[in-house]
Design a protein around this ligand. Structure first.
Ligand SMILES: O=c1ccn([C@@H]2O[C@H](COP(=O)(O)OP(=O)(O)O[C@H]3OC[C@@H](O)[C@H](O)[C@H]3O)[C@@H](O)[C@H]2O)c(=O)[nH]1
Ligand SMILES: [Mg+2]
Length: 593
């Protein structure tokens, strides 16, 4: 097959039989792996590569013939009646859902040495992303089964796509933490394989410069998740179990689960086959724009245009200024946060046709204008949000826009690059990712009637951020706005320098005045309480707490004496003074300190 596909150069240096046989066998093992992990096999990979490389050389625009326009979608306002309604619907539907986290990326822009899901989402509680995601899914599972009478509690499946770069460390993080409370059989890791690198425009496979018996490989992109799910057989198992939704998400977004219930509510209510979550987008921000593309022949699709392609597409289609903000101060195109909700039935139907193959692209860096050779080997790539590209026009494809403060705060940029982000655009750094959690929680409490002091501006690693009170809670405390409003009452207030950490589902804040740090734990087992009415197992906490609190101290990212996860956010928390309370029985508690 390799010879037929013009790959004879791979064997040119081979010595006679009997020499290097081990390495020759290893070579064929690798070829077999590359062949079986790609839909259609290696020959199909090479053919596609030739076509895409020819298009790229000819300077062909992948959106040739299409004109972009601003699509209309569902736009939600946090806390209003329809939002609350969507959240309730979403939580109810949650027991028919499965979650898929794509976490095979190295995070080269961030440059962190560990895996990204092991980073703390915020440093007041120190909870890492993966723990937060798992606890959110478990809390949704419980809340959903409570809403459905007589239903037997279902376990929400959780899939993590890993790669050779992240697999072992992801597994190790799960195992050393007892899967953060999830049943290990509920979690499935699917490892994506890399794809072969290409040396030239006729798609000759690149050999590893250090070992001529190895084909060089690079990641193929998050689009692999579809073929992996398809070939794993999980989708049909889920269908037989009565599931209806698959929710995809990315490795570091500390706000995502605040947006999930309402977004699923929208999918269920509008019967969307595909629902992408979006936020208002700043021009040139490194997030894709959701656009309606209309072809000269009349076809239309609503699809993500990746951030590096939006500007050239706009310039080529009559918008000479390219990717710029409109009068709202934002790009007219909603920003894709790559949280996709797919309806399982239509998804399986589509994958049965495509095998999960996603339209690919190639992005070679040419040596010169002749475009005949590359600076370094290239490869085909694909993105999970390109899934709708092959759907028939009858498919119900929509999107849902929510506020940025509620839905999107990824950690993608290293401190140096983040500090260079144009003023007013989000930093997407470890610093902004943590501050966004505090801001969102503070704004939600405010909306629920708590008096929360305004933030102050502070600079960490060259980035000016709003510092709100450090409020963080476990997902089981509150998943939706209705949960929060049911758990705070009377006249509560939180000063700017405060930290509030809430660990426990049955904690109710009533007439609490906080100026300092307060950690409230409740260790009452929800199952013991399940036969009691809510009143009977409430831990009601009020009173006035004042102490020196927890203080943020600047740490420079170049200061190698601090741990990497501290350095990249530019501060550490000095826990000067706090009140910590742990309750193991219900009651009314009046704090004084
Ligand atoms: O090969 C890969 C590459 C990436 N990934 C995962 O995919 C997720 C996103 O990866 P990247 O951080 O490289 O994505 P980017 O920031 O380039 O853009 C992505 O997120 C922002 C959106 O607006 C873009 O449309 C989307 O492509 C991460 O969770 C990463 O771990 C894989 O699982 N495998
Ligand atoms: Mg990327």
């Amino acid at each position: 097959m390799l010879l037929e596909m013009g790959q004879s150069h791979l064997f040119e240096h081979w010595p006679e039989p009997g020499v290097d046989d081990e390495q020759k066998r290893a070579f064929f093992d690798q070829v077999a792996r590359l062949n079986s992990s790609y839909p259609g096999g290696l020959a199909s990979y090479i053919n596609t590569a030739r076509e895409l490389l020819a298009d790229s050389k000819a300077g062909k625009n992948p959106f040739d013939g299409f004109t972009p326009s601003v699509p209309s979608g569902e736009s939600l306002t946090f806390g209003d009646n329809s939002f609350v309604q969507f959240e309730e619907t979403g939580v109810r539907e949650m027991q028919n859902a499965a979650f898929v986290l794509v976490a095979g990326g190295l995070g080269e822009r961030l440059g962190y040495n560990g895996i990204k899901v092991a980073l703390p989402r915020e440093s007041s509680s120190g909870t890492c992303y993966l723990q937060h995601y798992i606890e959110s899914i478990l809390a949704l599972q419980d809340a959903s089964s409570r809403l459905v009478e007589g239903g037997s509690p279902k376990q929400i499946p959780f899939v993590i796509m890993t790669s050779d770069d992240t697999h072992a460390r992801t597994l190790e993080l799960l195992e050393s933490n007892s899967y953060f409370g999830m049943n290990p059989t509920q979690v499935k890791l699917l490892k994506q394989e890399k794809v072969a690198c290409l040396d030239d425009n006729v798609a000759r496979l690149a050999v590893d410069p250090r070992n001529k018996y190895v084909i060089q490989t690079k990641p193929h992109g998050h689009g692999d998740v579809h073929s992996l799910l398809y070939s794993s057989g999980l989708l049909n198992l889920w269908r037989h179990a009565g599931l209806r939704w698959v929710l995809f998400f990315q490795d570091t977004n500390g706000l995502l689960f605040k947006a999930i219930p309402a977004a699923l509510g929208v999918s269920a209510t509008k019967q969307y086959h595909v629902n992408s979550l979006a936020v208002p987008r700043k021009a040139k921000e490194a997030i894709g724009g959701i656009a309606k593309l209309t072809h000269a022949d009349g076809r239309t699709m609503v699809i993500n245009v990746e951030y590096n392609q939006l500007d050239p597409l706009l310039r080529a289609t009559g918008y000479p200024d390219g990717d710029v903000n409109c009068e709202t101060g934002y790009s007219p195109f909603p920003g894709n946060i790559n949280q996709l909700i797919l309806e399982l039935g239509p998804y399986i139907e589509e994958l049965t046709k495509t095998g999960g193959a996603i339209q690919e692209f190639v992005n070679p860096k040419y040596k010169d204008a002749s475009k005949t050779s590359f600076k370094s080997s290239t490869r085909l790539e694909c993105m999970m949000q390109d899934y709708p590209k092959t759907l028939p026009p009858t498919a119900r494809v929509g999107f849902t826009v929510m506020d940025i403060w509620l839905a999107y705060a990824p950690v993608k940029n290293n401190p140096e690059d983040a500090a260079k982000v144009p003023k007013g655009n989000p930093y997407h750094s470890a610093t902004s990712g943590e501050m966004a959690v505090y801001r969102a929680n503070s704004l939600i409490l405010k909306k629920a009637g708590v008096k929360v002091d305004d933030p102050v501006l502070q600079v960490f690693n060259g980035q000016e951020v709003e510092v709100w009170p450090h409020v963080t809670w476990k997902p089981k405390w509150a998943l939706t706005f209705a949960d929060v409003t049911s758990k705070v009452s009377g006249s509560c207030s939180i000063s700017q320098k405060s930290t509030l950490v809430v660990n426990g589902s049955n904690i109710f804040l009533e007439d609490l005045s906080l100026d300092g740090a307060l950690v409230i734990n409740s260790v009452i087992d929800a199952e013991v309480c399940s036969d009691l009415s809510e009143e009977l197992h409430m831990v009601k906490v009020g009173g006035s707490v004042q102490n020196k609190g927890w203080i943020l101290e600047n740490v420079d990212y170049k200061d190698t004496s601090a741990p990497e996860e501290v350095r990249i956010r530019g501060f550490r928390i000095n826990k000067v003074e706090q009140l910590e309370k742990t309750y193991n029985e219900p009651g009314n508690f009046c704090l004084k300190a």
